[in-house]
Design a protein around this ligand. Structure first.
Ligand code: GLA
Length: 390
C-alpha cells in the first residue's frame, strides 16, 4: 500500500466528514499456503498476507454515533450509514456495514469503552475471491479503534474479537485463520499458526530468492453460496470428534488415523471429513519441516495432495478450481491447490519462475476452452500484516 493511497483515503474522509481523520490504518487479505478447514478443528494453518489491503481512515466520537462509509459501494457513490453504538445487535445487519459495526459491537461486549467513530473504508482485496476481504475489513477497524482508544490489545486478541464479530454479529461460523493472518502476518514470511492456543511462528518464505513464484488464480466464481456448506462441514467435523471422544479432530494423531477411521464404522461422510483434517494437519507440519530444512521445491507435491484431499474427501472444490490445478500441473507447475473456504474463489500455483508465463497462458486458454469466465492471475509475495499507515 502506497503513501498516496493513505493520503487519498484521508482526503476522502475529510470530504465526507468535514475534518482530517485522526489516523489511517491498513490490514491485508491473505492466501493460505496449506492447512484448510483445520482452523475450527484446533489444527494448524499456514497463511501469508497479500499486498492487497483494506484501508480505514478513522476518528473517535464521544456521542455514541458510528458513521460508516465505503469507497467500494456503488462506485464510491453510496451514502454515509449512521448507527448508534447502543443499538448494535447480532444478526441485525445483512449489509457490508455488519463487518465494521460487528467489530465495534465485539469490542464493547468485551468491556472496551468505544464511544463511537467516523470511518471511511477503501479496499483492494477482491471480494468473494476467497482472499479474506471480510477479515481485512474487520481487522483494520479493530486495529484503528485499538490505537485510538488506547486499548492495548495484541494482534491475536484483535483477531479473536474480529472472529467473534463474524461468528455472532455477522452470523458466519468461520474459524480464526483469516483474522489472525490479517492481524499478525509479517512481510517475507508465512505464518505457522496453531489455532488451539494461537501460538505462532514466522517462517521465512522468499520464493523469488530460490527462482520460484507463487501465483494466485482467482477463478471469479464467487463463493457467496458456500456458507451453508461451510457450516455443514464444520458440524460434520464436530460430529467426528464427538464419535471419537476427542475435544477436536486435532487430537487424532496421524498414525492413529486408520484406527480412528475403523472406529467410525460405515459413516462414510464423517470418515472422509476426519481423513481430510487429520492428513491436512500432517501436511502443514510437513511443509513447515521442508521450508525449515531449505527443501522448498518439495512442498509442491504436498500442496497438490492437499487439493486432492479437499476435492475428494472434503468435497469443496469446483470444476474451475480443479481445472486450474490440473492445467497448471500439466504445464510444469511444482504444486497447486485451491485456497480458502472453497466452492469457488482462488487457487494457488507454485512454479519455477521460468514456467510462470507458460502456466498462466495455459490456465487462461483452458478456461476459455471450457467456456469459463476469464480468471484473474497475479503473483503473491508475502506482505506485511495490519499496521498504521498515517
Ligand atoms: C474460510 C474461513 C477460515 C477457514 C477457511 C478454510 O476462509 O474464514 O476460518 O476455515 O475458510 O480453511
Amino acid at each position: 500500500m502506497s503513501v498516496d493511497t493513505a493520503a487519498a483515503v484521508a482526503e476522502r474522509f475529510k470530504e465526507l466528514y468535514g475534518a482530517e481523520p485522526e489516523g489511517v490504518w491498513a490490514a491485508p487479505g491473505r492466501v493460505n499456503l496449506i492447512g484448510e478447514h483445520t482452523d475450527y478443528n484446533d489444527g494448524f494453518v499456514m497463511p501469508f498476507a497479500l499486498p492487497h489491503t483494506a484501508v480505514a481512515a478513522v476518528s473517535r466520537r464521544t456521542d455514541g454515533v458510528l458513521r460508516l462509509h465505503s469507497a467500494d459501494i456503488d462506485g464510491d457513490a453510496g451514502g454515509v450509514v449512521e448507527l448508534r453504538v447502543d443499538d448494535l445487535a447480532p444478526e441485525s445487519d445483512r449489509n457490508w456495514t455488519a463487518y465494521p459495526s460487528g467489530v465495534v459491537w465485539a469490542l464493547r461486549q468485551a468491556g472496551h469503552a468505544v464511544t463511537g467513530a467516523d470511518i471511511h473504508l477503501a479496499s483492494t482485496v477482491p471480494a468473494g475471491a476467497g482472499l479474506s476481504s471480510s477479515a481485512a475489513l474487520e481487522v483494520v477497524v479493530a486495529l484503528a479503534l485499538n490505537d485510538l482508544y488506547d486499548l492495548g490489545l495484541k494482534g491475536w486478541q484483535l483477531a479473536r474479537l474480529c472472529q467473534r464479530a463474524e461468528n455472532v454479529y455477522v452470523g458466519a461460523p468461520v474459524g480464526i485463520m483469516d483474522q489472525t493472518a490479517s492481524a499478525c502476518c509479517e512481510a517475507g514470511h508465512a505464518l505457522f499458526l496453531d489455532t488451539r492456543d494461537l501460538s505462532q511462528k514466522q517462517i521465512p518464505f522468499d520464493l523469488a530468492a530460490e527462482g520460484m513464484r507463487l501465483l494466485v488464480v482467482d477463478t471469479q466464481v464467487k463463493h457467496s453460496h458456500s456458507e451453508g456448506e461451510y457450516g455443514k462441514r464444520r458440524a460434520g467435523c464436530e460430529k467426528g470428534a464427538a464419535l471419537l471422544g476427542v475435544g477436536a479432530l486435532r487430537d487424532v494423531a496421524y498414525d492413529e488415523l486408520d484406527a480412528a477411521l475403523d472406529r467410525l464404522g460405515d459413516d462414510e461422510e464423517v470418515r472422509r471429513l476426519v481423513r481430510h483434517i487429520v492428513t491436512e494437519d500432517q501436511r502443514v507440519e510437513q511443509v513447515v519441516a521442508l521450508l525449515e530444512s531449505g527443501d522448498t521445491r518439495a512442498i509442491g507435491p504436498v500442496l497438490t495432495a492437499g487439493h486432492a484431499s479437499l476435492r475428494d474427501d472434503f468435497r469443496i472444490s469446483c470444476p474451475e478450481l480443479d481445472l486450474v490445478v490440473d492445467t497448471a500441473l500439466a504445464n510444469g507447475a511444482l504444486g497447486a491447490r485451491m485456497t480458502g473456504g472453497g466452492f469457488g474463489g482462488s487457487a494457488i500455483v507454485l512454479a519455477e519462475a521460468a514456467d510462470v508465463e507458460t502456466v498462466t497462458k495455459s490456465v487462461e486458454e483452458a478456461f476459455a476452452a471450457a467456456g469459463f469466465t476469464a480468471p484473474r492471475v497475479f503473483e503473491a509475495v508475502p506482505a506485511a500484516g495490519a499496521r498504521r499507515v498515517r
